[in-house]
Design a protein around this ligand. Sequence first.
Ligand SMILES: C[S@@+](CC[C@H](N)C(=O)[O-])C[C@H]1O[C@@H](n2cnc3c(N)ncnc32)[C@H](O)[C@@H]1O
Length: 256
Amino acid sequence: MKPDQPLEPHPVLPEYYPDLAQRPAFVRGLFDHTARHYDHVNRLLSFGSGSWYRRRALLRVGLRPGMTVLDVAIGTGLVARQAVAITGDPQAVIGLDVSAGMLAEVRRLLNIPLIQGLMERLPVADACCDLVSMGYALRHVADLNATFREFHRVLRPGGVLLILEIARPAAPFKRALLKFYLGRLIPLLSRLTTGQRDLQTLMRYYWDTIETCVPPETIIQAIRAAGFAEAGCDVEFDLFRAYFGRKAGGAEPADD
Ligand SMILES: C[S@@+](CC[C@H](N)C(=O)[O-])C[C@H]1O[C@@H](n2cnc3c(N)ncnc32)[C@H](O)[C@@H]1O
């Protein structure tokens, strides 16, 4: 691991874009075009459990009223909605996303401060929040090392990072099953239930980036290399990953 060198989450996928330079525009365009249907497809693939899972993850890393949150890659606000419910203060949760389409969707649903920008270069001050959260967007950044350094910079001492992601299961049978479900069935159902071809592409891309993503150990190492004093990952069903890290310093979290 060379923390000063760029760490791409997955190699170029020529089926979608020809080279690395084209990837950000492809990703932004894909999310812009599918934003309207994102919540629908999310319910489809998680059987409606997505909000519950995100809420539980936020509580597990210690989110509570009085804390400030930066939710990067906010999308339609599935993580941010839970953060607002827990903190009880819409002004304590800031959302950031690169996609204007996604920001337009979340604006309809949540009255919180929103920023259009890249998580690799966060346009916010040093040490401005207690929690940085990112749901299911790790595979889309240009450079994991630079992104994690940004997360570390904007957290207050003692602040916490939470990254939710899916990783391909190690067991071949489970992997084959998931490949069929996420790589074939969900893309097809997404198009059939909305009539939108872009949504089918988004969901195929979802699986292809999961399948080719760097392994969880590399992600944990990169979080550590960015300066986080504690870095680890909670795993469920060899599939759902909640990566966490804590910035050194600050008061010890209080036991309830
Ligand atoms: C799969 S959605 C996740 C939405 C939400 N966090 C959730 O939990 O469902 C990924 C989001 O990441 C955003 N995104 C992708 N690359 C980004 C980048 N480099 N900087 C900021 N946002 C980015 C996309 O526009 C999209 O809204």
